[in-house]
Ligand binder design. Structure first.
Ligand code: 6PG
Length: 262
C-alpha cells in the first residue's frame, strides 16, 4: 500500500516470505539496471535481517534466485560498517561473506567493502568516499546513484549507522550538513564503537531504497518512523526520503502490527 511521502509498504506473513519477495524484486531490478548501464550497483545493510535475503539470493530455483542474477555485472557496496576488522564476528562484511559472497559467482573486483584498517575512522570514511567517486565516475560535489540501497531499522530508530545523537545525524537535523559528503564516521556511545555510514544525501539519491524489517520489536518504532511526527533527531530513519527514486518497505506482519494498515 502507498503512504503519501512514505513510499510503498509491503507486508508479508514472515521473514522468509518477505525475503523471497525482495529477492524476486532484485532479479527484476538488477537485470533492468544491467540492461541500461551494463552493471547494477547495490549497497547492502548489515545486522541479521539481510541473512534471510542472502540465503534466497545464493541458491538456485526453486528455493532461490541465484541463477536468475547476472553476478558478473553486480557491484556490491555497504551502507554501513562497524569499525572492526573484516574477520571480526561483528563485521557486516564478514556476515555478508558467510551468507552470500562465498556462495555466489561474483568477481572479487566487484566487491567493495568499507575499509576499517586505519587507526582513524575518518581516514577510512574519506577513503571509502574516494572509492565511491572512482567507481561511480563522479567529481567532488556530485552524488553516486545506487540502483538499490538496502536498509534495516534498529529498535531505536537508527538505519545504516545513522544513530540519534551522532554528529552526522545532528547536522542533517539542524541544516548544517555537508550535503556533498558521501561517507561519515560516527562514534556510537550505545555500542562503544565507531561506525562508518553512507550519508542521507547518498542514500536519498538512489534509484530505489528498500527497508527490510522483521519482528515485533521494531513495530512501535516503525509506527513512529512512518506515521509519527517528523523527529529525525530521535528517529534518524526519518531522514530517508529518496529525491528521485522509489522507497519500498518490506515488512513482516509482526513488524507492521502497529501500523494499523487496512
Ligand atoms: C548494522 C546495520 C543496521 C541494521 C539495523 C537492524 O550495521 O547493524 O546496518 O543499521 O540494519 O540495526 O539490524 P537487524 O537486522 O539485526 O535487526
Amino acid at each position: 500500500m502507498k503512504i503519501p511521502d512514505k513510499g510503498d509498504v509491503r507486508v508479508y506473513e514472515n521473514l522468509d516470505e518477505l525475503s523471497r519477495a525482495a529477492a524476486n524484486d532484485f532479479v527484476i531490478r538488477s537485470n533492468s539496471a544491467i540492461q541500461k548501464n551494463g552493471k547494477c550497483c547495490v549497497a547492502l545493510s548489515g545486522g541479521n535481517t539481510p541473512k534471510s535475503l542472502f540465503q534466497v539470493l545464493s541458491v538456485p530455483k526453486p528455493d532461490g534466485v541465484l541463477d536468475q542474477i547476472d553476478w558478473q555485472r553486480i557491484h556490491l557496496f555497504w551502507g554501513d560498517e562497524r569499525y572492526v576488522s573484516k574477520s571480526s564476528s561483528t563485521s557486516n562484511f564478514r556476515m555478508t561473506q558467510e551468507y552470500l559472497l562465498l556462495k555466489v559467482p561474483i568477481p572479487k573486483e566487484n566487491v567493495h567493502p568499507i575499509p576499517t584498517k586505519d587507526p582513524d575512522p575518518e581516514v577510512s570514511a574519506a577513503n571509502y568516499e574516494d572509492l565511491l567517486k572512482d567507481e561511480f565516475g563522479i567529481a567532488e560535489g556530485e552524488l553516486p546513484i545506487f540502483d538499490v540501497i538496502y536498509l534495516g531499522l534498529g529498535p531505536d530508530g537508527h538505519t545504516a549507522s545513522l544513530f540519534s545523537g551522532t554528529k552526522v545525524v545532528q547536522s542533517y537535523c539542524d541544516g548544517t550538513e555537508n550535503a556533498a559528503r558521501l561517507v561519515a564516521s560516527a562514534w556510537v556511545e550505545e555500542f562503544k564503537m565507531y561506525r562508518i555510514t553512507l550519508t542521507p544525501s547518498v542514500i536519498n539519491n538512489a534509484w530505489c531504497v528498500q527497508f527490510l524489517i522483521s519482528g515485533a520489536d521494531k513495530s512501535e518504532t516503525l509506527k513512529e518512523v512512518i506515521k509519527g511526527a517528523y523527529r529525525p533527531d530521535k528517529f534518524p530513519a526519518q531522514l530517508i526520503n529518496p529525491t528521485q527514486g522509489e522507497l519500498i518497505w518490506y515488512l513482516d506482519k509482526q513488524a507492521a502490527q502497529a501500523l494499523d494498515l487496512p
